[in-house]
Design a protein around this ligand. Sequence first.
Ligand code: UTP
Length: 477
Amino acid sequence: MQYVNDTIERLAQSGQHQLADYVTKVTPDSAKEMIIDQIKNIDFDSLAIMIDKYVLNFEDSKIPSSIEPAKYYSLDGKGPTGEWDGAKYKALGEEIIRASKVACFTVAGGQGSRLGYEGPKGCFPTSCVQNKPLFEIFAHSIIGSQKKYNAIIPWYIMTSPLNHDATVQFFGEHDYFGLDSNNVKFFQQGVMPSIDAKSGQILLSDPVHVATNPDGHGGAYQALLVSGALSDMQHRGIEHMSYFQVDNPHAMVVDPTFIGLHAHAPDSSGEFSSKIVAKSSWDEKVGVFCNVDGRTEIIEYSDLSEDLAKQLNSENRLAFNAGSIAIHIISTRFINKIVSDPDYALPFHRANKKVSHFDLSTGLGVIPEENNAVKLEKFVFDGIPLASNSIIVETDRVEEFAPVKNQTGADSIESSRLIQTERAARWLEAVGVSIPRDQDGNVEATIEISPLSATCVEDLKSCDLPASIESGTTVII
Ligand code: UTP
């Protein structure tokens, strides 16, 4: 029991008096030990500093004065170093994929609270005709790409303690959607205690459990190291990770042109590259790529002033229009650099959330109606300024961005399915299939192209396709 008493003392010394008192009094001893086991490894000195900085004395982040719009490889063929040759970089990227040097990496540890779906978000039925879950869409895209490049593309999936078992079970129940299970690796990210926003005290979710939240997608760096996923990649000869989030069914699991640019563009250090889409409006809620003191950074939409967000460039377009879609190529070399040097420690960000908890003073459960707690999270993109030369590549919104985040409205399943059909229609039109559209150009059918049939327009050329699609029909290719 000495370790119990020691931990209680450390709790009290770091300002967590409420929890220290509670644990001292709680009975039986097994309950005491259970709580202590959950917190004994916390670095209380660091936690106290973080609570002071991010919870009790939080100041809004300040935008640096030297901020400029970031330059990027644009869809119209202009790049920061002049015209760029898409075909050349595509061929270079294909070479890297064929040599089995690329892995997919999906962050799937989030809580998905906005979607309100019971279960891991990756299990959410998403494709527009067959209701395929997100994980299945990615699995089939990987299978399609492996065939195309005659390569093995291992898939690393980051879960969190909240959804790990359910995720692994889902893959097992579906026989890994046809993938070789040896090439699908799950690993868990860490958690942080959820903190009461007013008092800075650690919350309990029930009498014997600490309320925790996953430590953000930026927890990936440490989790890749600690879980052994990074060494597994290196053992397999993987040099680059194709990073995408679990909620974007249009993410290209491997994009040869993007990989080619990342690895070979003259202005890329081959460490951390990103894709962007032009913002749809000045107030679209996406982070924006900027240049700060010669380094590339993402500024969160909430941190960009209205004046800057509305600023126009000489072509009368939004100056700060490089919207992040959370698609990156990150090299294993870069991950090693970040995790092995404390100078590269990523900052935390605070998120105000509603966290149900057990009130230590009344002994009652509380379901808050307003945000009552602070979650501390790290962001993967805070790695970008730590790369010596990070490049950005523009892509088409419909092609690669159909996120499912909310129950209704923007970025919902409804909006995602419309984009899915639009992309399928464009691909079919590109190979000569006639598509019914109304006066406004909206597709008058629902179309799903399985990634097992095609992962891009070119693949459709070898498919058996109808000459036209009838209005009002539902089609699977
Ligand atoms: P979001 O920022 O959309 O968060 O995550 P979320 O948890 O999925 O959803 P909300 O905000 O609660 O509604 C973007 C991506 O980052 C992953 C998510 O799984 C998603 O793929 N993520 C987020 C993690 O892997 N870990 C985290 O701690 C947070």
